[in-house]
Design a protein around this ligand. Sequence first.
Ligand SMILES: [Ca+2]
Ligand SMILES: [Ca+2]
Length: 219
Amino acid sequence: MLYNFHLILFFLLAFPLYFGMAASGADGSLGGGVADYQVNGEITYVMLDSGTESIADGTPWSDTFNTDAVNNADELNIVGVELRLTYDEDEQPRGLPCGSQTAPDTITGTVSHLEFSQSGDGTNAGGQGSHTLSAIWYNASMVGEVVSGLSMSDIDAQLDAGDAGLGDHMAEISVAADGDSCVTPVGGDNQDGGEEVSWEIHLMVLEYTIAPYIDTSDI
Ligand SMILES: [Ca+2]
Ligand SMILES: [Ca+2]
């Protein structure tokens, strides 16, 4: 019994290392047939660019960013692109009798690469806000799970993006500004022509391992 335990421990320790190396092998062929596999992975972020834009109500801003800006991008497993937005509120309250009332603006971001695209809204209710959105082209549902019924190569094909992440990545930001409608005798209602939005665009880089899963509870 003790012998078996040590044998199992050896396989648990040794196989993730072996197959982790195999998964990144140059020839792309993986030996593991259809079985249960433990898939582990971690996303790291590589910033493509960042900035701050004053975006007028109803006038979207957009720009394109190429992975040529990143050293050795072709050596990275780029599986997604993420856009992070932060913003305050530039609307000035009018004072009495309206007090400090402001109306939230809606900030919409879109990030895309090839046919992969994601949009998401946020608001500056309360004076500030932020939101993040990402477009991905890998099977994120496998990571951190035991995957059954597939070969090692099948799994690898859903996690290795190859060169798919290289090239242009697009970010677009739009603002639907709103001024509070409370009217003061001297100032009228609030004016709000847009919002200043800070943005960061990051490549998502996946490193992963695929290892035979051994359920020790069955032994
Ligand atoms: Ca506003
Ligand atoms: Ca505003």
